[in-house]
Design a protein around this ligand. Structure first.
Ligand SMILES: [Zn+2]
Length: 229
């Protein structure tokens, strides 16, 4: 899948993968930073935390892209947008290859959990400011939060796609996608309830995105069944 690059700003290219930033990111970043007070002494720390969130997202997306390449698939673009990141990966249509391409993203967060757990006690020993301490704690929480959210078994989140790849082995390509999309719909309805309960626009938007992707999943599963006839 290749994105339209008209609405994106090209940031850089590394390992043959071009990283784009959607223009809307700046508007949401300005809004989010305006809303946060945080536990920092200066705005600079708040900006650093927001940028660090997307740096972690970017590392996660590189995990997907490089794993996809490793199993013979194509991956040439990553787009960062206000809701996170998207790696445009196209792994070979084999369950093992798809499983590795998807699992490698959360595995980057697992590696960061271990790295931060090892490094944090040493960094906290240094005579750093209260804001620096808070920043390190926030990094830990952000990374762990991203890992847990991504592993929810709700298609098309990574957890849902990992579940789909695992079901692919016994159920086949089309049926595994249908089952994952049904679970995704149930999960998105749960998110709709959560969005209403918390009066959260962002959770509502996420639920709508998940629902739309599940619909695409159903259509893709139907296309696969038709092609197999
Ligand atoms: Zn991911």
């Amino acid at each position: 899948m290749v994105s339209s690059s008209r609405q994106q700003i090209r940031l850089f290219r590394v390992f043959g993968i071009t990283v784009f930033l959607h223009w809307s990111w700046f508007f949401v970043a300005a809004y989010e930073l305006d809303q946060r007070s945080g536990g920092y002494s200066a705005l600079g720390w708040n900006i650093a935390e927001y940028v660090a969130l997307f740096a972690i997202v970017l590392l996660h997306e590189f995990g997907h892209s490089l794993a996809c390449r490793q199993v013979g698939g194509t991956a040439s673009e990553i787009i960062l947008w206000p809701m996170g990141g998207v790696a445009f990966v196209s792994p070979p249509p084999r369950p093992g290859a798809v499983l590795w391409s998807i699992a490698a993203g959360p595995l980057v967060n697992v590696a960061l959990v271990i790295l931060l757990a090892v490094a944090n006690p040493f960094l906290h020993e240094l005579s750093i400011s209260r804001s620096a301490h808070h920043f390190l704690n926030q990094l830990w929480i952000i990374n762990l939060g991203l890992l847990i959210f991504n592993l929810l078994p709700v298609y098309p989140l990574d957890g849902g796609q990992i579940l789909r790849a695992l079901l692919w082995f016994p159920l086949g390509r089309a049926h595994s996608l249908t089952v994952a999309a049904v679970i995704g719909v149930i999960g998105s309805l749960g998110l709709v309830g959560l969005a209403l309960w918390m009066a959260s626009f962002w959770i509502g938007l996420m639920a709508a995105f998940i629902l739309a992707q599940c619909w695409r999943g159903f259509q893709e599963a139907q296309r696969l069944r038709d092609a197999a006839r």
